[in-house]
Design a protein around this ligand. Structure first.
Ligand code: GDP
Ligand code: MN
Length: 390
């Protein structure tokens, strides 16, 4: 689960990681007032969306006085920002962060991620941070520094001292890097993060090291023990289909293709997507309804697929174990009665009560196309959708 930069900055404050003073605003008037209340000569007006790359897309503006802040905010609020991380549809800007600006001497990259290969948290850092970090990583990967943190021992000062030398930081700035790294590691562990990324971490002209942008992502499986983080969720920033799916405990991820898939079991769902690809189709989503799905969940899942304008055909692939095929079939029938059926629907049922399920689906008036196997079903839906495209 992602959160906004202003929320992540509040967490930085809790863990003693320095960053410029700021205010959260929702209108040009509030932006002007914020500049009035903050101190300094330069202010930064930043679009708050759950995506990076804002700077290059015009989502980070500078102001020297309340009037300029008003104008910058007026331009940003209500704008749809398209960055390499938002997808082509972009994200609507509804809130802004107004920050005290700083005089940057140098920009660094500093992050912590869950390194699953080594079963530990890793620090990833680079002496060349800022908006070009992706290019540096691609063209000069040797410049990206990595340090593993042994979970049994924790982060040791010498690790960060070594890192400071490699990053070219000395004296007070090097000491501050130790402070920042320790604070971030504590935050990472205590809050069950999957990513904390500071880009840029800056050295100011006055010699101070501080975070001026931060991104955080949290492990959704650990959210049950963090009500304080759940309270930070902003569903406006999420795909509405994914929001609805999560309300029904469905594992749903929106993708770019045109074949809607409903499957039970994550492994079978992955195999189904591969098989669709094999026959030349592209899935519109990943959807695992889970082993213990009930009728309400099936109806909700069908409704989500049916409401997706990209979906040109639906393939339901079920291997009934705990989820009985007759329950699933009844769920499909109820869903079709409720929302209608305007696209080809191919269903493959196998396992517990499969025959009963097929009987329920074969009732007259229902244009449901049965499939003998996963391959048969994938081939059929790809062919049907291809026919519709011509
Ligand atoms: P992102 O593009 O979404 O990652 O947004 P950032 O918050 O990282 O801002 C992009 C760039 O704007 C940074 O890399 C800086 O170069 C610049 N920037 C942001 N805040 C300040 C500031 O306070 N002072 C100065 N001089 N530049 C800033
Ligand atoms: Mn940034």
């Amino acid at each position: 689960m992602k959160i906004h930069e202003h929320q992540a900055r509040d967490l930085l404050t809790l863990y003693n990681v320095k960053h410029p003073n700021f205010e959260l605003v929702f209108s040009p008037e509030e932006a002007a007032r914020a500049v009035h209340e903050l101190t300094g000569e330069l202010f930064v007006i930043k679009a708050q969306i759950h995506a990076g790359g804002r700077g290059k897309a015009g989502g980070v503006k500078f102001a020297r006085n309340p009037k300029e802040a008003y104008d910058a905010a007026k331009e940003l609020i209500g704008k749809t920002l398209v960055t390499p991380q938002t997808g082509p549809q972009g994200k609507l800007v509804r809130r802004l962060l107004v920050s005290e600006g700083c005089n940057i001497a140098k920009e660094y990259y500093f992050s912590m991620v869950m390194d699953s290969d080594n079963a530990q948290v890793s620090i990833i850092a680079c002496a060349e941070g800022g908006v070009e970090i992706e290019e540096v990583a691609a063209s000069e990967p040797d410049k990206i520094l990595r340090i593993g943190i042994d979970p049994g021992i924790g982060l040791r000062d010498f690790q960060i001292r070594d890192l400071a030398i490699l990053m070219g930081l000395q004296g007070e700035a090097a000491a501050e890097l130790i402070n920042i790294a320790k604070g971030l590691y504590k935050l990472f562990v205590e809050k069950d993060c999957s990513l904390v990324e500071i880009n840029p971490l800056v050295l100011t002209c006055e010699g101070q090291l501080m975070a001026i942008d931060v991104k955080m992502d949290f492990d959704p499986n650990a959210l049950f023990r963090h009500p304080e983080l759940i309270a930070l969720r902003d569903t406006d920033e999420e795909d509405p289909k994914e929001v609805e799916a999560s309300a029904y405990d469905l594992n749903y991820i929106s993708l770019t293709g045109n074949i809607g898939c409903m499957v039970n079991g994550a492994g079978l769902a992955m195999a189904t997507m591969d098989t669709i690809h094999h026959f030349g189709g592209v899935p519109a989503n990943f959807l695992d309804v889970g082993g213990g799905a009930n009728k309400e969940m099936i109806v909700a899942a069908f409704r989500i697929l049916n409401s997706d304008h990209n979906v040109k055909g639906i393939f339901i692939n079920i291997f009934g174990g705990i989820l009985r095929c007759d329950i699933l079939a009844q769920g499909i029938v109820d869903a079709v009665m409720e929302v209608g059926l305007r696209r080809p629907l191919v269903v493959r049922l196998e396992g517990t009560n499969a025959e009963l399920g097929k009987e329920i689906l074969s009732r007259p008036g229902f244009q449901i196309i049965p499939a003998e196997s996963m391959a048969d079903g994938a081939e059929k839906i790809v062919a049907l959708v291809a026919q519709m495209e011509v």
